[in-house]
Design a protein around this ligand. Structure first.
Ligand SMILES: NC(=O)c1ccc[n+]([C@@H]2O[C@H](COP(=O)([O-])OP(=O)(O)OC[C@H]3O[C@@H](n4cnc5c(N)ncnc54)[C@H](OP(=O)(O)O)[C@@H]3O)[C@@H](O)[C@H]2O)c1
Length: 328
């Protein structure tokens, strides 16, 4: 199986072309662990973890805010219980720069230490600013990231939900401190092609910043299991197009999946993202989902199918308010 590797700028850390998102792990309000989704348990999470790593998806994305620290705590337990798999893993987590954290360097370092504590590790491979919501300038944020790097607590640094302009600004501020910007984690999928059409992906390529695509399955909508008759449960606010519209995109994914040896709609959706040079980080709640998602590796969509998907894709819209305040 070909697993293309991307090296995180400024490091020797290589991540594969498919990662894993862990927002749902320990989260009650959006993903329903222990509420509407009683099938999601620490056992199913462990199975998703094992299946992902064994299939070559070894790059895990979490955040201090996921399940209010629960996602990091669960990952910490998994790492400690299974050193052989832990050795294969690359870890990314995030700092939420809430506007009242005016001493952003002190706040970032103390959040990071708390994350490392929950994860049970001395450092993470990637530390990301969760969104452009700090009242402090890009210089102060770059200073805070540089301090974390200097202390040896992080290998690479990144951002999330940054526009092209914001990406350039933080990239320049980090460069002044001798640190490259490794990643920008953005909502990018067939239900939100905006980052490609609006030039953000181009800016990332120009600056050597790897785009990480979040909600790559449109929060489950692109797997084909939801429809007008069976809409997704919970408050899944990203890519929340009317299901009539989503159904049209899924029909195209099905057609192309069938023409490619029986790939599932979600596998085609993830493969399209990889073809655009971004690393999708789909969430997986259990072994079956993890295995299906990993089936996006090892094959490539042809040019004609890619063009057909480009035509079917929705640009998606995000207001400034939801870009800034909605953080998964
Ligand atoms: N930086 C940010 O602001 C931000 C924002 C959002 C997400 N993220 C990151 O991106 C990751 C992924 O995004 P996301 O979780 O919002 O959306 P997603 O990956 O598009 O969708 C994940 C959900 O889809 C369903 N699913 C996944 N694989 C499936 C499969 N093979 N078959 C059927 N259903 C499947 C599961 O939910 P059900 O089974 O309940 O349908 C799963 O929780 C997150 O975990 C997080 O790490 C970051």
């Amino acid at each position: 199986m070909t697993i293309h590797e991307h090296v995180l700028a400024g490091t020797e850390v290589a991540v594969g072309s498919l990662g894993v998102g862990t927002w749902a792990w320990g989260d009650r309000s959006t993903w329903g662990m222990g509420t509407y989704d009683t099938a999601l348990t620490e056992t199913t999470i462990e199975e998703a973890w094992e299946a992902s790593i064994d299939a070559g998806a070894t790059f895990f994305d979490t955040a201090e805010v996921y399940g209010d620290g629960e996602s990091e705590r669960i990952i910490g337990g998994l790492l400690a219980a299974d050193p052989a798999r832990a050795a294969k893993v690359q870890l990314a987590t995030k700092f939420m720069p809430l506007p009242w954290k005016l001493n952003v360097k002190g706040a970032l370092l103390s959040s990071l230490r708390a994350s490392l504590d929950r994860l049970g590790v001395a450092s993470v491979d990637l530390y990301q600013i969760h969104g452009p919501i700090s009242l402090r300038g890009k210089g102060a944020l770059a200073e805070a990231l540089a301090a974390a790097h200097q202390e040896g607590l992080v290998e690479a640094v990144g951002v999330s939900n940054y526009s092209a302009k914001e990406t350039r600004a933080i990239h320049a501020q980090l460069a002044q401190r001798g640190l490259p910007l490794a990643t920008n984690q953005i909502e990018f999928s067939l239900l939100r092609r905006g980052p490609e059409l609006g030039g953000l992906l181009g800016t990332c390529a120009e600056l050597g910043v790897l785009p990480l695509a979040y909600s790559p399955l449109g929060q489950g909508r692109l797997t084909g299991k939801y429809s007008v008759a069976n809409p997704p449960p919970g408050k899944r606010n990203f890519s929340a197009h009317p299901m009539e519209v989503v159904d049209g995109v899924v029909a195209e994914l099905r057609r192309i999946g069938e023409a490619n040896g029986g790939k599932a709609p979600g596998q085609v959706a993830l493969n399209w993202i990889m073809a655009k040079g971004a690393v999708p980080i789909p969430g997986a709640k259990n072994r079956a989902q993890a295995l299906e998602n990993a089936g996006a590796l090892g094959w490539e969509i042809g040019a004609e199918d890619l063009a057909a998907l480009d035509r079917a894709a929705l640009a998606g819209t995000r207001t400034l308010a939801n870009r800034v305040w909605q953080h998964g």
